[in-house]
Ligand binder design. Structure first.
Ligand code: AMP
Length: 183
């Protein structure tokens, strides 16, 4: 009964995500989560689903990736009574940073985290809106590993399963997603 109810909620959340063909470039099926966030009921459902996933995991910090990881990340951190840490693009964080560069379709991208953001006592939940090739989250994991935390869990709202991004992660890192697409 509980399982049925949960699946119903996931289908409702999935139905609220808009697909935009050929954005930002030809051939990409862009999953637009703004239509999910716009819907008060779906936003609350997603918050509930994420909270249920991690309420017993002892998370002390939620780390969100700029910029779509800055929406559910702080909502979830609040519900878990955890702190929120931003991973940002270069030039945005004011104090000393660690940084990682990673290959994208065109050229390199770089992300940064404050050097005093985490400690080795933290249990970290890394969050972003979507898993495609995994390059962005892999770089984020490397940033978090600088702190040698007790545990790292990775979470996405959406996973594009056909791209096999989850295969990029070490076997000892748990990778979760709420909604899965074939394309
Ligand atoms: P990747 O590093 O390839 O896993 O790409 C993930 C990042 O790119 C996430 O921050 C997403 O917001 C964005 N992204 C990549 N592909 C898509 C897509 N099809 N729809 C929406 N966002 C995407």
């Amino acid at each position: 009964m509980l399982r049925f109810k949960k699946n119903m909620n996931i289908e409702k959340i999935k139905g609220s995500i808009r697909n935009i063909p050929d954005f930002p470039v030809q051939g990409i099926q862009f999953k637009d989560v703004t239509t999910l966030f716009k819907d008060a009921e779906c936003l609350a459902e997603l918050s509930d689903v994420l909270y249920e996933m991690y309420k017993n995991s002892g998370i002390t910090k939620v780390v969100g990736i700029e910029s779509r990881g800055f929406i559910m990340g702080p909502i979830l951190a609040t519900r878990l009574h955890a702190g929120f840490i931003p991973i940002r693009k270069p030039g945005k964080l004011p104090s000393a940073v660690y940084e990682e560069s990673y290959g994208k379709e065109y050229g390199l991208d770089t992300i940064q985290i404050h050097k005093d953001a985490l400690t080795e006592n933290d249990v970290v939940l890394l969050h972003d809106d979507l898993l495609a090739t995994g390059g962005t989250m892999l770089a984020a994991c490397k940033l978090v590993r600088n702190f040698n935390p007790r545990k790292i869990i990775v979470n996405f709202i959406v996973e594009l399963e056909d791209l096999n991004g989850r295969l990029e992660f070490d076997k000892n890192i748990r990778v979760d997603s709420v909604i899965k697409y074939d394309i």
